[in-house]
Design a binder for this molecule. Structure first.
Ligand code: ATP
Length: 513
């Protein structure tokens, strides 16, 4: 399917039709930018979370996991800088009355230049055939270089203006580039303003002595405030990491694009504490390790790229995004940030408690530096789901819709069918379900013709279908069909467990890292 709006619409409707993602409170017409994960979606999400946790926590002797509360003492957010600096630059279109993030409008403009570069590459690849050298073309073609230079200059100027909080220049840039409201085409803009993204709430029974709280906008701070508790009780030695997954909340203004940008979402973060001065090496190492994790899922190296930040957040000395090719273009999927000692130092100041590490080898105490990896679970879900959905033309002039989820993440690993609903076949199929369900998520289906059942499981993303027929009674064998190749094989019932395990075991997939 093409990379376009149509494809994205298909992704959204497929997610609903096959029980992956529903609009929240749909019977009340939904709540904007809030979604619920349905029976298959919850399972896919859980599998992605587990794949991350295994790679980050279980496979690293020096990384441990915690589960901090969503509510935190309100001073946390003063120390972290979120009360003062967690703002988005907003701009309204006076004609359409629509509100946008000024930086996103400008980034989308630059994204269009990137699309032009991709088109040039495609054209040239066609023209030169086998002799085409993409890297050389990108480095030398004057048109490509022109687009790239223009894009870089725009992002640099925007980064510098946001850094200096020169919002008037951000507006000037939008006007100079003649950026129009995507909805109305109007170029009639208001000034750019800042808006805080944290959701407030109250703790306490009566209005007078209630305490103002925030819903956490990131999970990282729950790790920073527990740094010394974990280090001491876990007898952790630097370098070491603390990981966690959990909900975060942001009052996103431009909450569009399905589960890409939500108001309530889930993060999977790991803060890695290192000796000051070594952060650059660790930053490079974590960039590489995290990209390998993505690539281990086999979704194609061309779908990922790094985007190093020009504009650094108030806490960072280096930052890069892993971007993924979503149906609406390359966008941030994960951030890798070198956060210096900003957070721990600030929590020391605000709490009056020492947050230092005593290094027995060097006989000195210091505030560690932090390199973090932060990925949105929902964005990862969208990356996997949208990339897996394909429509295939088949030999017999028909087509099929198939959700080629990496088998390790698929919600259901195998569907078991009796060929017909009689002659003792359902009993055998049920017995197979009973045997397999201890290890794998499996389901039983006897409704409709078997071809229709195959199609249903293809579209739902199930990697294996197992069919019990009359021969099974005599020789204890069944056919097992692979979702992606549609190949069918006759195998002994006793081998099913090992055949499925071979394809879905996390070990096998993570070994590719
Ligand atoms: P963006 O620039 O897209 O707003 P960000 O740079 O603010 O993202 P971070 O603060 O670095 O994001 O958060 C880390 C990760 O959390 C992001 O890479 C993304 O995957 C995820 N994330 C952030 N905001 C949202 C959201 N509103 N909905 C879903 N996922 C999100």
């Amino acid at each position: 399917m093409a990379n376009n709006e149509d494809q994205f619409k298909k992704v959204i409707s497929h997610a609903k039709e096959y029980g992956y993602v529903f609009q929240s409170s749909e019977i009340y017409d939904g709540l904007s930018a809030v979604y619920d994960y349905a029976q298959n979606g919850a399972q896919l999400k859980k599998n992605i979370r587990e794949y991350w946790w295994k790679a980050m926590v279980q496979m690293h002797e020096n990384i441990v996991g915690i589960d901090a509360a969503i509510f935190m003492h309100p001073t946390t957010w003063k120390a972290s800088g979120h009360v003062d600096a967690f703002n988005d630059p907003l701009i309204d279109n006076k004609d359409s009355k629509k509100r946008y993030r000024a930086d996103v409008l400008i980034e989308d403009y630059v994204g269009k230049l990137d699309t032009k570069i991709e088109k040039e590459v495609k054209k040239a690849a066609k023209r030169f055939g086998d002799a085409f050298d993409k890297d050389q073309f990108l480095a030398t073609n004057p048109r490509v270089l022109g687009y790239k230079e223009k894009g870089d200059a725009i992002l640099k100027r925007m980064g510098q203006s946001l850094e200096k909080e020169d919002l008037a220049d951000v507006k000037d840039l939008i006007e100079e580039l003649e950026i129009a409201c995507p909805l109305s085409g109007s170029k009639n803009w208001t000034d750019v303003k800042q808006f805080n993204l944290m959701f407030g709430t109250k703790l306490g029974a009566s209005a007078e002595n209630a305490m103002d709280l925030y819903l956490r906008p990131e999970t990282a701070q729950g790790i920073f405030v527990n740094f010394l508790n974990v280090q001491k009780t876990g007898r952790m030695k630097i370098p070491f990491g603390i990981a966690q997954t959990g909900k975060a909340f942001r009052n996103e203004i431009v909450a569009r694009q399905f589960i890409f940008r939500m108001r309530e979402f889930e993060q999977m973060e790991m803060q890695f504490f290192v000796k000051p001065g070594t952060q650059k090496e660790w930053y490079e190492q974590w960039k590489e390790t995290r990209l390998k994790w993505h690539l281990s899922l086999g979704m194609g190296p061309d779908n990922y790229r790094f985007h190093d930040h020009e504009k650094l957040a108030h806490y960072a000395d280096a930052a890069s995004d892993i971007e993924f090719r979503f149906p609406f273009g390359f966008k941030e999927l994960e951030g890798i940030h070198s956060r210096t000692d900003f957070d721990l130092k600030s929590h020391e100041e605000f709490s009056g408690k020492k947050l230092r590490y005593f290094d027995h080898e060097d006989n000195e105490s210091y505030i560690p530096y932090v390199v973090e990896t932060s990925i949105g679970l929902d964005r990862m879900f969208l990356a996997v789901f949208s990339n897996s959905l394909v429509e295939e033309e088949l030999d017999n002039n028909t087509s099929r819709v198939v959700l080629k989820l990496p088998a390790v993440l698929a919600p259901t690993k195998a569907a078991i069918f009796p060929l017909v609903k009689k002659d003792g076949l359902p009993e055998i199929a049920r017995q197979i379900v009973e045997d397999l369900k201890w290890e794998f998520d499996v389901l039983y289906d006897e409704k409709d013709a078997v071809g229709k059942r195959y199609r249903r499981q293809d579209a739902a993303g199930t990697p294996f279908c197992i069919t019990v027929d009359h021969d099974s009674i005599a020789d204890n064998t069944v056919t097992i069909r692979h979702r992606d190749t549609m190949e069918q094989k006759r195998v002994p019932i006793a081998d099913l467990k090992s055949i499925i395990a071979e394809e879905v075991s996390m070990k096998k997939w993570l070994m590719k890292m």
